[in-house]
Design a protein around this ligand. Structure first.
Ligand code: E4P
Length: 221
């Protein structure tokens, strides 16, 4: 499973990248807004320089021509830019046109298996089903991941399932069990993947015992 960090914050991206297990970054207009007064294209360029992996940058136009204009301009920033396109009718047309022009895409805001099926037929490189937002309305986000994985397997689609809107490590575990290709998660969720109280307690005991061992060796010398 590939790990993407879902943020536009450069410090978080650098820290996640330094761990050595980061495969990419996803951004969206809301995450960009959080970073304040930045130049979007320059910011995407900087992220692409930091990370040796796919970096999703989203279009904000909602009609075909505008989407294509933005897609072409975003794709020129760097080879690892993936253009994020919303799952609406005009977006499907844009996915198809991008595919024909060799522009890689991440189809975003997916909330149903049939949406995912159409996006794959249009040639999306990634599909982003939003788990957490489905859970937020008392429905089952993970079921959506499972169903999309099964549908894509049934027909041999190459579109990668990018589990998005992840809220906690259990979402990551279950997406991995379901066979999602990628999990994109907030930086703090990525850090939480490592946590276990028994690891902390075990390490504390090992270090205490080591100190005692060294002290007794010194006393006997
Ligand atoms: C995906 O690419 C989106 O940026 C993101 O996962 C949305 O997550 P949210 O529902 O926490 O905003």
């Amino acid at each position: 499973m590939k790990f993407f960090v879902d943020t536009a914050n450069l410090e978080e991206i650098r820290e996640a990248n330094d761990m050595g297990v980061l495969d990419g970054v996803t951004t969206n207009p809301s995450l960009v807004k959080k970073e304040g007064n930045i130049d979007f294209h320059e910011h995407v360029f900087t992220i692409c320089e930091i990370v040796d992996g796919d970096v999703s940058a989203e279009v904000t136009a909602t009609e075909f021509d505008g989407m294509m204009e933005e897609a072409r301009s975003l794709a020129q920033i760097a080879d690892n830019v993936v253009v994020k396109i919303p799952l609406i009718k005009e977006g499907i047309k844009a996915l198809k046109a991008c595919d024909e022009e060799g522009i890689r895409t991440n189809c975003t805001l997916c909330f149903s298996p049939t949406q995912a099926l159409v996006a794959a037929k249009a040639g999306a490189d990634y599909i982003s089903p939003f788990i957490g937002r489905i859970d937020d309305i008392s429905s089952n986000g993970m079921e959506l991941i499972e169903e999309i994985c099964q549908i894509y397997d049934n027909y041999g689609f190459e579109t990668e399932v990018l589990a998005a809107s992840i809220r906690h490590p259990t979402h990551v575990k279950r997406a991995a069990l379901a066979g999602a290709d990628v999990a994109t998660m907030p930086f703090d969720t990525m850090m939480k993947l490592l946590n276990h109280p028994l690891t902390d307690r075990g390490l504390e005991r090992f270090l205490d015992d080591w100190k005692e061992y060294e002290a007794s060796r010194k006393a006997e010398a």
